[in-house]
Design a protein around this ligand. Structure first.
Ligand code: NAD
Length: 245
């Protein structure tokens, strides 16, 4: 479904991002993944060594426009083009408002909003020159309902939806589609660390009766990245088993 395409996946070293990287590679794309540290990027690349030169890794500071522009340009130089950006890197938060350190609030906002903007800007400049592309942001089901702690996280994901819908309107004329995937509770390291009883309780409240797997989410990324979604833009696609928490 992505033969000949080149993708960048931010936060591609583990969890949902790594599942998206594998899905894109298995569907014929060449992929550059980013992570926060060289060490985690190299660990992910060692897991993907069977894909050879079709996968590369980078670790720019995603909030630094110059570092991101230079990293994305190096991907275009290596693979000759850039068609897809999966803006996936993000951090969650659980702090109570009463004790929330404003510096922690800002850190979540920086990565979950500012970096999404910075990466979209760098990618769109390259895509526009090449005649089009696809940007897929990672939202969350909490972008619809909020959550009862860690208010920076849902706040950031509401902003991701706003950015997605606005950029879809702004970039349509350049043939750049912009969508978001909004996962529900997904079985990444964070969920794996929860007690089994708690996961059972969460699953019981989800109409489909289970938490999502990273691959469920990666399939939505694949659809939106592919030409099957050629007339889909400005959409927030929930992948949450109809959960409402
Ligand atoms: P994860 O913690 O397993 O992976 C996060 C990725 O982001 C890693 O690759 C990490 O290297 C990267 N990252 C973290 N901090 C970074 C930083 N400061 N700079 C650069 N990269 C950084 O997360 P995940 O659960 O796979 O989540 C991925 C995305 O999906 C996030 O945007 C998250 O908000 C969203 N999401 C996750 C869930 C879930 O249940 N797991 C639910 C809804 C939305």
């Amino acid at each position: 479904m992505l033969k000949g395409k080149v993708a960048i996946v931010t936060g591609g070293t583990r969890g949902i991002g790594l599942a998206v990287v594998k899905k894109f590679l298995d569907n014929g794309a060449r992929v550059a993944l980013t992570g926060s540290r060289q060490e985690t990027v190299e660990k992910a690349l060692s897991e993907l060594k069977d894909y050879g030169e079709r996968v590369m890794g980078l670790w720019p500071d995603l909030c630094d426009p110059e570092a991101v522009a230079s990293a994305f340009t190096s991907v275009k130089e290596k693979y000759g083009r850039l068609d897809i950006l999966a803006n996936n890197a993000g951090v969650s938060a659980r702090d109570s408002l009463y004790t929330y350190d404003p510096a922690d609030f800002s850190k979540t906002i920086d990565l979950n909003i500012n970096a999404v903007f910075v990466c979209a800007q760098a990618a769109a400049k390259i895509m526009k020159e090449l005649g089009g592309g696809v940007i897929i942001n990672t939202s969350s089901m909490v972008s619809l309902y909020g959550q009862p702690s860690g208010c920076a996280y849902p706040t950031s994901k509401f902003a991701v939806n706003g950015l997605t819908k606005s950029l879809a309107r702004e970039l349509g004329k350049d043939q750049i589609r912009v969508n978001a995937v909004a996962p529900g509770v997904t079985n990444t390291d964070m969920v794996a660390a929860l007690p089994e009883e708690m996961v059972k309780r969460i699953s019981a409240g989800i109409p489909l009766g289970r938490v999502g797997e990273p691959e469920d989410v990666a399939n939505a990324f694949l659809f939106l990245a592919s030409d099957l979604a050629s007339y889909v833009t400005g959409e927030i696609l929930s992948v949450d088993g109809a959960a409402m928490t």
